[in-house]
Design a protein around this ligand. Structure first.
Ligand SMILES: Cc1cc2nc3c(=O)[nH]c(=O)nc-3n(C[C@H](O)[C@H](O)[C@H](O)COP(=O)(O)OP(=O)(O)OC[C@H]3O[C@@H](n4cnc5c(N)ncnc54)[C@H](O)[C@@H]3O)c2cc1C
Length: 414
């Protein structure tokens, strides 16, 4: 049933969805629109707590999703909790090293636990877990969301005529905002970043993830992530700091990276680009997104801006927001009081808001290649700065601890 995308995935062509047209009109506890990491994880949690859940996605799974495919330790923790980490790990590339390169190619090695897996596979495995948990998973494009007089959510799909209703409806439509905005959610539509990626097949051996802060990409970076034997996710992304940002052509910047970065040149000398270059937006700073809860509707994941403005990591954050939304919805359903949904913005603070603020304060530091080179050299030369830098990458420390005059000053003495 699933429309195959970039590649045929081994053992992944079984149907996990029914067409929404096959559903009669029904009343659910929760309807979830969008089966990316945010939507599917929320569905698993809610079904596990005993609720009747309808999960809908506009695409047939397995479906491709434009992404760097990199998972952070936080994302891996959630996959372990869901009991699918081993399957995900087997399907991807698991390693213990990441190398970061400054504009002048000063290298910082960051040991850790890293995993990269194609989203076509990751999202399919999570959705399959949702099915196993008892979720009804359909292929359907939600078109109209309305609040009924009794406070319930009413959802109409483009493909079917039967209207579905629920006590509550969670929206997790990723970078697509049209549906959310028609429902009165997420009034702030300026993206925080944009990124492009393709897959490259090459026989170059690589035992780590590589991130390159090339001069013409700042504030942003390019990456080379092995995802399978001889297959690499290669891309670049740039953060945008407001409406007045100069326009940069990411496609052009990407090809400049392929020409200039030694490892990328080597990869292409021993291989070839396997898929077209595709792009997408990143959304951060959910505190400024506008309403994220309205009547029986809650927003989650990229749509409301949960992605880290610092690293562009959005998979783990989307899953975390799914878990938090599910907990709140569960409580409201148990108490039979859906007005509690309006507490959602405060509840979401548990996502860890401090690094968003820290980033706002430090972002100017990433605009200047000279400063990034200087910091890279200092990080390699100071154990104090190096440890703090790793803690920032792991989101344990506020970035302002390093990317500040005080941080650099301290690094000179430790
Ligand atoms: C180029 C690029 C590279 C990235 N690299 C990384 C990375 O390496 N690591 C990382 O952690 N993050 C990365 N991100 C961010 C990450 O991809 C997102 O943060 C993450 O996918 C957000 O998950 P989500 O569940 O909120 O939304 P999505 O994964 O976008 O899922 C949304 C789903 O909603 C469905 N949908 C949309 N509208 C409707 C509708 N009307 N009805 C039904 N279904 C609908 C879509 O089909 C889709 O399946 C990257 C992003 C980009 C663009």
């Amino acid at each position: 049933m699933g429309k195959q995308t970039a590649f045929i995935s081994k053992g992944m062509n079984e149907a996990v969805q029914l067409p929404v047209e096959s559903l009669s009109a029904q009343n659910w506890d929760v309807i979830i629109v969008g089966a990316g990491p945010a939507g599917s994880v929320a569905a698993i949690e809610l079904a596990g707590m005993g609720h009747r859940v309808l999960l809908a996605d506009r695409e047939w799974f397995p479906r491709d999703k434009v992404c760097g495919d990199g998972l952070t330790p936080g994302a891996m923790r959630i996959l372990r909790r869901l009991g699918i980490f081993d399957a995900v790990s087997r399907a991807g590339f698991h390693c213990s090293k990441m190398s970061l390169f400054s504009p002048a190619h000063v290298r910082i090695d960051v040991p850790g636990d890293y995993l990269a897996v194609r989203r076509e596979i990751l999202d399919h495995l999570i959705a399959r877990k949702a099915l196993a948990a008892g979720v009804a998973f359909v292929r359907g494009t939600a078109d109209t969301l309305e609040s009924q007089a009794d406070g319930q959510a009413r959802v109409r799909f483009r493909e079917g005529h039967a209207v579905q209703t629920a006590r509550c409806c969670l929206l997790a439509t990723g970078g697509r905002l049209a549906l959310a905005q028609r429902t009165g959610l997420v009034t702030q539509s300026v993206a925080s970043g944009a990124a492009v990626r393709c897959y490259v097949r090459s026989s170059v051996p690589l035992d780590r993830l590589v991130v390159a802060c090339e001069r013409n990409i700042l504030p942003g970076y390019a990456w080379i992530f092995p995802v399978e034997k001889d297959l690499f996710n290669v891309g670049c992304g740039r953060f945008m700091y407001g409406r007045n940002e100069p326009h940069i052509n990411l496609r052009k910047v990407f090809h400049m990276f392929l020409d200039a970065f030694p490892l990328a040149r080597l990869m292409l000398a021993q291989g070839q680009i396997e898929t077209p270059l595709k792009g997408g937006v990143l959304r951060s700073g959910w505190q400024q997104a506008g309403p994220i809860a309205r009547g029986p509707f809650l927003g989650m994941g990229e749509m409301i801006g949960t992605t880290s403005p610092y690293t562009g990591e959005g998979i783990g954050k989307a899953m975390q927001s799914g878990i938090l939304s599910a907990r709140l919805v569960h409580r409201c359903l148990l108490n039979d009081d859906m007005s509690g949904l309006q507490r959602y913005p405060g509840y979401l603070q548990q996502l860890g808001g401090f690094h968003y603020e820290g980033f706002q304060r430090t972002r100017k530091w990433f605009l200047n290649p000279w400063l990034v080179d200087f910091l890279a050299r200092r990080i390699n030369g100071s154990s104090y700065l190096y440890e703090n830098f790793i803690a920032v990458l792991q989101e344990k420390n506020d970035p302002a601890q390093i990317f500040s005059c005080r941080g650099v000053w301290q690094s000179l003495w430790r």
